[in-house]
Design a protein around this ligand. Structure first.
Ligand SMILES: C[S@@+](CC[C@H](N)C(=O)[O-])C[C@H]1O[C@@H](n2cnc3c(N)ncnc32)[C@H](O)[C@@H]1O
Length: 271
């Protein structure tokens, strides 16, 4: 994918963005010097971080494939990031061409690339908005153009909610989305877990994110379970991201890699 010719409005080139740093972890080209500097700092502290990002994208693919197989044709991907190979509409529309996807991200680069890449795809919409304003997200004309909220929707919040501090009431925000979608809808999350004995490098990574103004909030199993209230968890429940219905038997067993095991994932269904 070609980089945009000009920076979209609202981009602060002096501050790294979570979306562009993540793009760098995944080997993308939609990032600036300030993002690469931060990403390299993180990778020096924890060389496995890009591997976690790839494991998270593999989880995304498995979730979408399972949900399409379960009959879901509508996806609301919140905190979708900069479109990269293996985006939700590519996975879903390959299996079910009538699948519809609304992408939501607060980041102007993510939204601008989304619009560039998705122009001409009538089943896909792009919304630049903050997750914490669910009324605005759910009434956005581009979202309502592609999603029918009276039919089941899979809400994807992958590697997103750790950017929402407790003071912003993430459970209340999720409840708003849950109440707006039909019975038979799903919620998928992946999230930085709070390990019982966090490695010292983990603490330093939190400091780096905090210094650049996007603090990370790792959560315990109990806190993550609370975020999933009102959804019935699909098997195998809340697990390490690479252990949610894995396909590759060569993947490491739980516990063999603390950082991968500490990145949690779950999918629940609204009854
Ligand atoms: C680590 S990326 C994850 C991208 C994608 N969901 C994935 O898992 O591959 C996190 C994304 O969440 C977005 N984000 C962070 N806080 C947000 C908020 N309050 N509202 C909407 N998007 C947000 C960032 O801009 C970034 O694109």
């Amino acid at each position: 994918m070609e980089p945009l010719a000009a920076s979209p409005d609202g981009v602060d080139l002096d501050r790294p963005s979570a979306a562009r740093v993540y793009d760098y972890y995944l080997g993308g080209s939609h990032n600036y010097a300030v993002d690469r500097e931060m990403a390299r700092q993180i990778v020096r502290l924890m060389p496995n971080v890009p591997r976690v990002a790839r494991a998270n994208r593999a989880f995304l693919r498995r979730v979408v494939e399972h949900l399409v197989a379960a009959g879901v044709r509508q996806f609301l991907d919140i905190g979708s990031g900069i479109p990269t190979a293996g985006s939700v509409h590519e996975i879903a529309q390959r299996l079910a061409p009538d699948s519809r996807v609304a992408y939501v991200d607060v980041d102007p680069v993510a939204a601008a690339y989304g619009r560039t890449v998705l122009v001409g795809n009538p089943h896909v919409g792009v919304v630049q908005e903050d997750l914490r304003r669910p009324d605005r997200v759910l009434s956005d004309p581009d979202l309502l153009r592609v999603l029918h909220l009276d039919q089941p929707v899979a809400i994807l919040m992958l590697s997103l909610l750790h950017f929402v501090p407790a003071s912003d009431d993430p459970a209340g925000v999720i409840a708003h989305y849950r109440d707006a979608v039909a019975s038979g809808s799903y919620l998928a999350i992946s999230h930085v877990g709070l390990l019982p004995r966090p490695p010292v490098e983990g603490e330093r990574i939190l400091t780096v994110y905090e210094q650049v103004g996007t603090p990370l909030t790792p959560r315990t199993e109990a806190e993550l379970t609370a975020l999933l209230r009102g959804f019935e968890l699909m098997e195998p429940g809340l697990v390490a991201v690479h252990l949610w219905r894995p396909e590759d038997v060569g993947e490491p067993a739980d516990g063999s890699d603390d950082i991968l095991s500490g990145f949690r994932a779950a999918v629940g269904r609204k009854p």
